[in-house]
Design a protein around this ligand. Structure first.
Ligand code: GDP
Ligand code: IMO
Ligand code: MG
Length: 420
C-alpha cells in the first residue's frame, strides 16, 4: 500500500488542515513531513474552530495515528501548549501522537536569531513568522542541531548550552539576549514534558505500516511557492514544502507515493513579503480579505489577496506531480460579478506563460475576465446544484491545469465540502 500526499500549491494557507481532517477517515496514519509552528492549520466542526501548528490534522479523528516526522522542526513550548489545549477538549493526544526521534528542536535562541535576522534585513525582511524556523534548519544543515532523540541523553543539557553559547556569539544585539531566562525555563520544562510522549524511528514505523497495508497520508505545511528551492526565493520558508519533502521528511521512497493532492484557493493569498504578480492592493483585495477572513492563523497578520495565478499553479503541479486538485474557498467569490484569472506575466516587456527564475515587484499579470456566479453557494451539497458559471470556472481550470479537481470547498466547516 502506498502513501498519499496532500500539499499546498500557492503561498500557504490554502486550507490543508480542513481537507486533511475531511480525508482522515480514509487513512490509518497522518504524518507531517516538514515545517514547524510557522504553520497554522485550521479545522472547523461542531461549531468549534481549532488551529494546529505542529500536530497533524488527523488528531481529532478516532483510530488514527498522527506522526510528527523527522523533517519537522519542533518548538517544545508551542507543542506543549497545543497538546494542553487538545487535552482540555478531551482529545487523547498521548494515545494518538508519535514523534520522530530525528525531528530537530527549536531553541529559544533560534527565535532570537530569527528576529535579529529580520531586523538586519530591514525593509528587505522576509516577513518570517519569527518562530525560529530558518535558524533551526540552518543548524540542522550546519550539523549543529539538537533532536528529539537527544533529550533523554545525559549530555543534553551540555549540548544545549554549547549551542546556546554559539547563538549568543551570533547575537550581537545584547538587548535580544536579555529575554532568555524565562524563555529558557519554559523551554526546559517543555523538554521534560516531551519525555512523556512516544519517540520513534518514524522511517521504520511508517515503512512497516505501509508494508502491513496501512494507509498513510502525508500532510504538507506552507505551500509550493514558499519552497526553499522552487519558491519565490529569498521570500520563502526554509524547508522543501513539495512532494519530494515527503521522501526526506518521512523516509518514504519516491516509488511508494501514490496520490498527490494539490490544494489551491479559487483566488490567491500571500502573507509576508515577496512578489505576488496578481495581488489586488485595492478595495477588491480588501473585499476578498474581509469575506475570506484572510488573517494569518499563526500571526494574525493580514493576508495579501489577489486573483488566481495559472503560471504559478502549473509550475506547482509540475514540481509536485499533482494527480488531483482541491479547490478551496470558492464561496469567497460568491458576490463577485466578474472574476479574473492571471494567464501570463509581463516581465521585462515580454509576455511569458511560465514561472520565471525570479518574479519581481514589477512583474505584471495578464488577466482574463470570467463571468462570476454571483450566487450563494455555501448551502450547496452536490455538484449538480452548482451555478453554471462555477461549473464553467471549474472546467476552465481543469483544462488549463490538465488535472482533475476532485474536491470543491464552499465553507470552512468539515461538512461544507463537495467531493466530485
Ligand atoms: P492551511 O494552513 O492550509 O491549513 O489553511 P489555514 O487554516 O491557514 O487557512 C485557511 C482558512 O480558510 C481557515 O480559516 C479555514 O477555516 C478557512 N477555510 C477553509 N476552507 C474554506 C472554504 O471553503 N471557504 C471558506 N470561506 N473558508 C475556508
Ligand atoms: P501554513 O502551513 C502562509 C511564510 C511567512 C514568511 C515566509 C517565511 O499555515 O500554510 P518562516 O517563519 O517560515 O521563516 O517564514 O513564509 N509562511 C507562511 N505563510 N502559511 C504558512 O503555513 C506559512 N509558514 C510560513 O509569512 O513570508
Ligand atoms: Mg495556515
Amino acid at each position: 500500500m502506498g502513501v498519499d500526499v496532500l500539499l499546498g500549491l500557492q503561498w500557504g494557507d490554502e486550507g490543508k488542515g480542513k481537507i486533511v481532517d475531511v480525508l482522515t477517515p480514509q487513512y490509518d496514519i497522518i504524518a507531517r513531513f516538514q515545517g514547524g509552528p510557522n504553520a497554522g492549520h485550521t479545522l472547523e466542526f461542531e461549531g468549534i474552530k481549532h488551529v494546529l501548528h505542529t500536530i497533524p490534522s488527523g488528531i481529532f479523528r478516532d483510530n488514527v495515528v498522527n506522526v510528527i516526522g523527522n523533517g519537522v522542526v519542533i518548538d517544545p513550548v508551542i507543542l506543549k501548549k497545543e497538546i494542553d489545549q487538545l487535552e482540555n477538549l478531551n482529545v487523547n493526544v498521548r494515545k494518538k501522537l508519535l514523534i520522530s526521534k530525528k525531528a530537530h528542536l527549536i531553541l529559544p535562541t533560534h527565535k532570537l536569531l530569527d528576529k535579529a535576522s529580520e531586523i538586519a534585513k530591514g525593509k528587505h525582511k522576509i516577513g518570517s513568522t519569527l518562530k525560529g524556523i530558518g535558524p533551526t534548519y540552518m543548524d540542522k544543515t550546519g550539523r549543529n542541531g539538537l533532536r528529539v532523540g537527544d533529550i533523554n541523553s545525559k549530555e543534553f543539557k551540555e549540548k544545549y548550552n554549547q549551542l546556546k553559547e554559539k547563538h549568543f556569539a551570533l547575537l550581537k544585539d545584547s538587548s535580544l539576549i536579555e529575554d532568555i531566562t524565562s524563555l529558557e525555563t519554559d523551554f526546559l520544562k517543555s523538554i521534560n514534558y516531551l519525555k512523556e510522549f512516544d519517540h520513534i524511528d518514524s522511517e521504520h514505523y511508517l515503512n512497516n505500516a505501509a508494508k502491513e497495508g496501512k494507509k498513510i497520508l502525508a500532510e504538507g505545511a506552507q505551500g509550493t511557492l514558499l519552497d526553499i528551492d522552487f519558491g519565490t526565493y529569498p521570500f520563502v520558508t526554509s524547508s522543501n514544502t513539495i512532494t519530494a519533502g515527503t521522501c526526506t521528511g518521512l523516509g518514504i521512497a519516491p516509488n511508494k507515493i501514490d496520490k498527490i493532492v494539490g490544494i489551491f484557493k479559487a483566488y490567491c493569498t500571500r502573507v509576508g513579503s515577496g512578489p505576488f504578480p496578481s495581488e489586488l492592493d485595492n478595495t477588491v483585495g480588501e473585499q476578498m480579505r474581509k469575506i475570506g477572513n484572510e488573517f494569518g492563523a499563526t500571526t494574525g497578520r493580514e493576508r495579501r489577496c489577489g486573483w488566481i495565478d495559472l503560471p504559478a499553479l502549473k509550475y506547482a503541479i509540475m514540481i509536485n506531480g499533482v494527480t488531483e486538485l482541491s479547490m478551496m474557498k470558492a464561496d469567497v467569490l460568491d458576490s463577485f460579478e466578474d472574476i479574473f484569472v492571471c494567464t501570463h506575466y509581463i516581465q521585462n516587456g515580454d509576455k511569458i506563460d511560465y514561472f520565471p527564475f525570479e518574479l519581481s515587484d514589477k512583474t505584471q499579470p495578464v488577466l482574463k475576465k470570467i463571468k462570476g456566479w454571483n450566487t450563494d453557494i455555501t448551502k450547496t451539497s452536490n455538484e449538480e446544484s452548482f451555478p453554471k458559471e462555477l461549473s464553467d470556472y471549474i472546467s476552465f481550470l481543469e483544462k488549463e491545469l490538465n488535472t482533475p479537481i476532485s474536491i470543491v470547498s464552499v465553507g470552512p466547516n468539515r461538512s461544507e465540502t463537495i467531493v466530485r
